[in-house]
Design a protein around this ligand. Structure first.
Ligand SMILES: [Ca+2]
Ligand SMILES: [Ca+2]
Length: 297
């Protein structure tokens, strides 16, 4: 006697699929909240839930990957546009790809904040080019990246846009030596937290880099890995600052929702400063905070 073959009805299969999507969403949300390893914890769990007798193996494989895609929370990876930034001070759109943060004039400052808050419990990646102008001896001040729960820019100029902001994380590409902040003579990269611009308070750096004020585009890659809790800053293909720290817990008091922005300034010495957007990959925060687009010079 042959065992009975089971032929699932279409309606029943669809109902089962909907149930599995819900189940997968639960697994994915739990995995994200507990920061489980995808390969060793999450995928085996999903596969075990997919052992449904009523679905034939080939169909199960197709359904598995379809449901996995459906179950993933929204994750943006895009050729982002300069239109997605809120500009302040002297910042102006230069072309489809670039924003000029400051022109080459004295005492200018500009900022550009990305309009969507990001979720630091998920990975993010920023790929841009920075241009620091052409004045080396007579150049200032450089470009700063800021991560902060609102779109507020801190003190610019020597403060690199993050000074005075709490809680915050700032990455500076500093081209002007401020002795009282312990800046080295060379152009340098550093990570400072909670708005303290002095290098005694740097959590990484200052790391000296070759002259940045050469008028050329410098490729910058900032990457956050929430599982390894590692922030990597790579400039022109070299790791220039790596911070291994639970940023959400240690810097942002457990709040994973932050905005990021970029600022530049000039003083008595000057340069034009540009940022050209290549690619942004991040998870949009589920609840977008109320926008506080304040700013102070
Ligand atoms: Ca400086
Ligand atoms: Ca320089």
């Amino acid at each position: 006697m042959h065992p009975p073959t089971y032929r699932p009805e279409f309606g029943r299969t669809v109902a089962l699929g909907v149930k599995q999507v819900r189940s997968l969403r639960d697994i994915v949300e739990e995995a994200l909240s507990q920061q489980l390893n995808w390969k060793y914890h999450v995928l085996p769990l999903i596969q075990s839930r997919m052992q449904m007798r009523v679905i034939s193996p080939p169909f199960r494989t197709v359904l598995f990957f379809t449901l996995l895609l459906l179950a993933l929370p929204p994750f943006l990876s895009a050729q982002s546009s300069v239109e997605e930034f809120k500009l302040g001070g002297t910042a102006r759109v230069l072309n489809d790809e670039c924003i000029r943060l400051t022109p080459d004039v004295q005492f200018a400052s500009g900022s550009a904040w990305y309009e969507k808050a990001i979720d630091l419990s998920r990975p993010f990646e920023i790929t841009v080019c920075l241009v620091f102008g052409k004045n080396d001896e007579l150049g200032a001040d450089g470009i700063g990246f800021i991560f902060h729960p609102t779109m507020r820019t801190g003190y610019r100029g020597e403060g690199m846009g993050f000074a005075g902001l709490y809680p915050s994380l700032g990455i500076e590409f500093d081209t002007y030596q401020n002795y009282h902040l312990a800046d080295p003579a060379s152009d340098h990269v550093a990570i400072n937290i909670n708005g303290q611009p002095h290098h005694f308070a740097s959590v990484v750096g200052p790391e000296a880099v070759p002259n940045l004020e050469d008028g050329k585009k410098h490729l910058l890659w900032i990457n956050w890995d929430p599982l390894e809790k590692r922030l990597t800053v790579q400039l022109d293909g070299e790791n220039r600052a790596v911070l291994e720290e639970d940023i959400v817990k240690q810097v942002f008091n457990g709040n994973p929702t932050v905005f990021w922005g970029v600022t530049a300034a000039t003083g008595r010495k000057t340069n034009f400063h540009d940022i050209c957007i290549k690619k942004l990959t991040f998870a949009e925060a589920v609840v977008q905070p109320k926008v506080d687009f304040g700013g102070k010079k």
